[in-house]
Design a protein around this ligand. Structure first.
Ligand SMILES: *[C@@H]1O[C@H](CO)[C@@H](O)[C@H](O)[C@H]1NC(C)=O
Length: 258
């Protein structure tokens, strides 16, 4: 009887160890900016077992391991976009410096126990690296004077960013939803993997027209506003060049006639 109890309790303990190694949580920020640094944490629960190794991977390529039996216990592997700061890294965290656009990817931590169990557990999550545009978008084509109701020939182009920003047009504060007024162009590749977006606006010109272009990445926005000049509003303001030339011509004709 006693033997049986000992046997069962042994089995129970063993079982407990083997199913209880688990990664309780992995924290990888979902969104970072280029140039920033980041700390990932891997929270695991050995429940009495002994730690053999913690390994970190990006897209299945290992870049950091911690093995308490080794001296030193830390080791970093070279990977593009991954610069491990060993001093700020440990058995439960890894610190990366100066993120680049290549740093984006799926990050996974894998925890293994010592012999005899060698059980392992893992968790994974994706990190996106953004590059917000440093400047406001540019508007071109608003410099000339439009006839009333003449379709605008205006473009908005974002500054370099990643990913390609979404662009929106507003006319006098109202978002343009009329699709026939919007001309989307393919995003253009710039240096260092960055992108520029362009959206055309072909809305009919009207009086007192303020157009605004907004470049959006996530919650980040940059915008620029321009005014459209129409020829009739010009007419009502100062006399325009055509009229002055006409007066000049009439004077000339009168001179010739007299
Ligand atoms: C708007 O951008 C497109 C694509 O780059 C270009 O073909 C077109 O000439 C541009 N229009 C203006 C008014 O700049």
């Amino acid at each position: 009887m006693r033997k049986i109890i000992v046997f069962w309790s042994f089995l129970f303990v063993n079982l407990e160890v083997s199913i209880c190694l688990r990664v309780v949580g992995i924290s990888v920020p979902t969104l970072k900016q280029r140039g920033e640094s980041v700390t990932f944490t891997c929270d695991y629960d050995l429940e009495g077992g002994k730690l053999y190794s913690v390994k970190w991977y990006r897209d299945n390529e290992e870049f950091y391991r911690y093995m308490p039996r080794l001296r030193p216990p830390q080791h970093a592997h070279k990977l593009e976009g991954v610069r491990v700061d060993l001093e700020k890294s440990s058995a439960r965290r890894v610190h990366l410096r100066e993120l680049t656009l290549k740093s984006r990817g799926s990050y996974r931590c894998e925890v293994s126990e010592e012999a005899p169990s060698f059980h392992s557990a893992q968790a994974e999550t994706f990190m996106e690296v953004y590059y917000f545009p440093r400047e406001s978008p540019r508007i071109v084509g608003h410099e000339r004077v439009y006839e009333l109701r003449e379709p605008l020939d205006v473009n908005c182009t974002s500054a370099k960013a990643f990913p390609a920003p979404d662009l929106q047009w507003l006319i006098n504060g109202e978002k343009v939803t009329e699709s026939s007024w919007l001309i989307p162009y393919d995003a253009v590749h710039a240096a260092q993997g960055l992108m520029m977006s362009t959206l055309g606006l072909r809305a009919p010109a009207r009086r007192h027209m303020k157009i605004r272009c907004v470049a959006i990445i996530g919650t980040h926005r940059r915008e620029r506003t321009a005014s459209i000049e129409t020829s009739s509003s010009n007419w009502r303001g100062a006399p325009n060049i055509n009229l002055i030339m006409l007066i000049g011509c009439v004077n000339k004709i009168l001179q010739i006639m007299s």
